[in-house]
Design a protein around this ligand. Structure first.
Ligand SMILES: [Zn+2]
Length: 192
């Protein structure tokens, strides 16, 4: 699986042979589609997408090109999950967040459990790396947050806004954060 930006832009890049294989760097070619997914956005909003599937012309491996607005194996958009994490970083508990967002308690608790301290450290590392590349000023005086998760999200948001400014894209900030974190805003489940 590869995390990509907008579906339209990805399609154009794929057709132009400009998306390299993550394993061997040779160009990927269109190879059908993955199953259609409908995920929940903010409020009653629903997002239906059929991610592109692509195949490497050399090693023949196939990849699903998952738009970063979705989140890997979750039924809600990255924006929704990100808003829950931001609320947690701001001091809210899962009951408050679930009530405010209209999501089941168990769902919200599952999201919040996927950002243990170790993962917050990883997120912070990604945030610093992208902020440094885009606008080191972001790192000079980050707003004080009581938790590492809060700092990380704050720096990631700063990097996303800097990216929009410099690159001139209109991708939403959470989509950019999904790209910066390569689909791992939540830590991936352990493989057993
Ligand atoms: Zn390959």
């Amino acid at each position: 699986m590869m995390i990509v930006g907008s579906p339209e832009q990805t399609e154009a890049l794929l057709l132009a042979g400009e998306i390299p294989c993550p394993d061997c760097s040779v160009q990927l070619r269109p190879h059908g589609h993955a199953r259609t997914r409908t995920v929940r956005g903010q409020g009653d909003e629903r997002l239906t997408l059929q991610p592109r599937r692509a195949r490497c012309t050399s090693c023949r491996r196939t990849q699903v090109l998952l738009p970063a607005a979705l989140s890997v194996r979750r039924a809600d958009t990255l924006e929704v999950i990100g808003a829950a994490l931001a609320a947690k970083a701001g001091g809210s508990g899962y009951r408050t967040i679930a009530a405010r967002m209209g999501r089941p308690l168990s769902t919200v608790r599952r999201w919040l459990r996927r950002v243990p301290e170790k993962h917050a450290h990883w997120l912070y590392g990604q945030a610093v790396q992208h902020a440094f590349r885009l606008d080191p000023e972001i790192l000079v005086r980050p707003k004080r947050w009581p938790s590492l998760l809060g700092w990380s999200l704050n720096v990631l948001a700063g990097a996303a806004l800097a990216h929009r400014r410099w690159v001139g894209t209109d991708l939403p900030p959470w989509t950019l954060i999904g790209l910066f974190t390569r689909g791992n805003l939540l830590s991936p489940p352990l493989r057993i």
